[in-house]
Ligand binder design. Structure first.
Ligand code: NAP
Length: 303
């Protein structure tokens, strides 16, 4: 029987286990995909640690995947068996097979690396929505906190593409890579505010925060107007600080197809910081939950 990542009690990575699942047969309008890689995201552990009210147990894990179409239901015109696809699902992407509505799939360019394909969707969608909320242009200097993370590393590229000057906070070990993307990396922690001021003497006009309240307070201390600070990492920041709170949300296949095309053409770069076989899912989440690293972690499946 196919395997899937599951948990039956809330807690840290060690509550995760592989279980057998029924091979889900596609109904009308649905497509069955054999998964090759699946993204590992902070959202997953927030759910698994019980931080999201109302989440029912037992539960599965993972919201994004890349794989090969193995079966199609009735009324499918866009996909055929053997197509390489990228997709999203409400829950349960970390499995050998998933079955999803056809609108939740996009074409995976053949030359796009499977791991990048499996980890691209959620971060790129969130980066797109959050950067768009700031309405950036060439006159802007934008601060991106957590610039090395899965969302941050894509957001800085979207901001650069809009012509903005970009300063990003990250650990020093990630600076060389971030500099290669044309941004100014700054070490966070003690003395961060002074370093940020020195990096942009003209001042900052906007900020995307992927870290939380401590980074929002830094952005406010830099006198960036709250209406031009967006956070994806603080639940109550709108009420507390009057900042924007625009994150992921509506995904669409056309946009995902474009992210994948850009990644396969190296116009969009997503470093893979770790690719763990699905049976090492506990290690994968220990790595993610360490809170540090460059780019995205994925599970490799059926490889
Ligand atoms: N609202 C939404 O729709 C949405 C969607 C996606 C993610 N999120 C949230 O956004 C946050 C980031 O997600 P992600 O997927 O990008 O996470 P991630 O891949 O784990 O990245 C987190 C990054 O933060 C850096 N970091 C840690 N402490 C920092 C600090 N004090 N200042 C600056 N950087 C710091 C780490 O890099 P170093 O190695 O440089 O320390 C790491 O690269 C999470 O809270 C996640 O739940 C929200």
């Amino acid at each position: 029987m196919p395997k899937a990542v599951s948990f039956s009690r809330f807690g840290g990575p060690k509550v995760l286990e592989l279980i057998d699942i029924e091979l889900p047969e596609p109904q009308s309008g649905e497509v069955q995909v054999q998964v090759r890689s699946a993204g590992v995201n902070p959202w997953d552990f927030k759910v698994r640690r019980g931080y999201i009210p109302g989440h029912q147990l037992p539960s599965r894990q993972g919201v994004e995947f890349a794989g090969v179409v193995r079966a199609i239901g009735a009324d499918i015109s866009n996909w055929s068996v053997g197509d390489e696809v990228i997709g999203w699902i409400g829950n349960g992407a970390q499995a050998e097979f998933v079955t999803v509505p056809e609108r939740q799939l996009a074409t995976k360019p053949t030359k796009l690396d499977w791991n990048i394909a499996g980890g691209l969707g959620l971060s790129a969608n969130t980066a797109r929505r959050s950067i768009d909320s700031l309405d950036l242009g060439p006159e802007d200097t934008v601060l991106v906190t957590g610039a090395a993370g899965g969302v941050g590393v894509i957001a800085i590229q979207f901001a650069k593409a809009l012509g903005a000057k970009v300063v990003g906070t990250a650990s020093s070990r990630n600076h060389e890579f971030l500099s290669s993307l044309g941004i100014t990396p700054i070490t966070y922690g003690d003395g961060e505010l002074e370093r940020l001021r020195a990096a942009a003497p003209q001042g900052y006009t906007a900020a995307l925060d992927t870290v939380g309240d401590i980074a929002i307070e830094t952005a406010l201390a830099l006198e960036i107007p709250p209406a031009r600070i967006d956070t994806i990492a603080s639940n109550d920041a709108s009420e507390k600080y009057g900042v924007l709170s625009v994150g992921g949300g509506k995904k669409n296949s056309t946009e995902l197809t474009e992210f994948a095309r850009a990644a396969s053409a190296n116009e969009l770069v997503l470093p893979i910081r770790g690719a763990y076989p699905m049976d090492e899912v506990v290690r994968a989440y220990r790595d993610l939950e360490s809170g540090h690293g460059l780019g995205k972690i994925v599970l490799t499946v059926n490889n």
